[in-house]
Design a binder for this molecule. Structure first.
Ligand SMILES: [Fe+2]
Ligand SMILES: [Fe+2]
Length: 246
């Protein structure tokens, strides 16, 4: 039995949105996902998929994408990404009913893996625009957008704390925290997300959303303040899931 993670499948079996323009790593990426996940993940394993599942805007436009995911081996736990328009955060319980025991949607709830609680939410990070001078020195950023981002971070923090608290009330003390957005942006060393991971004594923080080699170093990777941070964007991993626990 093992716990794996990977995110950002960006599937489009029903809508016209090829990912090929983003570089060779995305060429037939759905075939890579199928091949590598099937080779690695066993039926008794768990795979957490950290958002940006489908380009469809409504559930009807995502049917084949979600069917593709449900046909992968193991228990699949899905997190919300910024592109997952089919998923209304307030209606997660309904999705869990519809896809019962086929797919599990992580939002305002938690799942377990052995003695670990798997908690999470989409998260949010202010991604600019940042302004630089001709020498590449940071001169400032869009402060209005930053203000708006703070509100979104606050809302996501409420959701994340709820997930932690539900797990704690159920008796769990070991946590793995999943986010879609990176926990910090390119200017930050810490954020409300790194703080809550410390507060609850998380062992790992797992996130995706960063695409392309110029963005892979946007946030924390590796050990920081005793917590292990893993970037699991599909293109970063060349679509081979990361094993988090044996
Ligand atoms: Fe993405
Ligand atoms: Fe994303």
């Amino acid at each position: 039995m093992a716990l794996y993670a990977m995110g950002d499948f960006h599937l489009s079996f029903q809508v016209d949105k090829s990912m090929d323009i983003f570089g060779s790593v995305w060429k037939h990426h759905e075939k890579k996902i199928q091949k590598k996940v099937n080779r690695l993940v066993k039926p008794e394993d768990t795979l957490v998929i950290t958002g940006d599942h489908s380009w469809g805007r409504k559930l009807e436009e995502c049917r084949l994408d979600l069917e593709f995911i449900s046909n992968l081996p193991g228990r699949k736990i899905l997190l919300r990404g910024n592109h997952d328009m089919f998923w209304d955060a307030k209606k997660t319980a309904r999705l869990n009913e519809q896809f019962n025991s086929d797919l599990y949607f992580l939002q305002d709830n938690f799942y377990t893996y052995e003695d670990y609680a798997l908690v999470g939410t989409k998260g949010y990070t202010f991604e600019g625009p940042f302004y630089y001078d001709a020498w590449g020195n940071l001169m400032g950023w869009d402060e209005e957008k930053e203000e708006h981002a703070k509100k979104l971070v606050d809302r996501e923090m409420v959701r994340l704390r709820k997930s932690f608290e539900m797990a704690r009330e159920a008796g769990y003390h070991k946590f793995i925290m999943f986010l879609h957005y990176p926990p910090t942006n390119i200017l930050e060393k810490e954020s409300p997300f790194t703080a809550i991971a410390l507060e609850y004594g998380c062992e790992r923080v797992v996130y995706s959303h960063c695409h392309g080699s110029s963005r892979f170093a946007d946030s924390i990777r590796g050990e920081y303040q005793g917590i292990n941070y893993d970037l699991v964007s599909g293109d970063y991993l060349d679509f081979k899931p990361v094993k988090l626990l044996p």
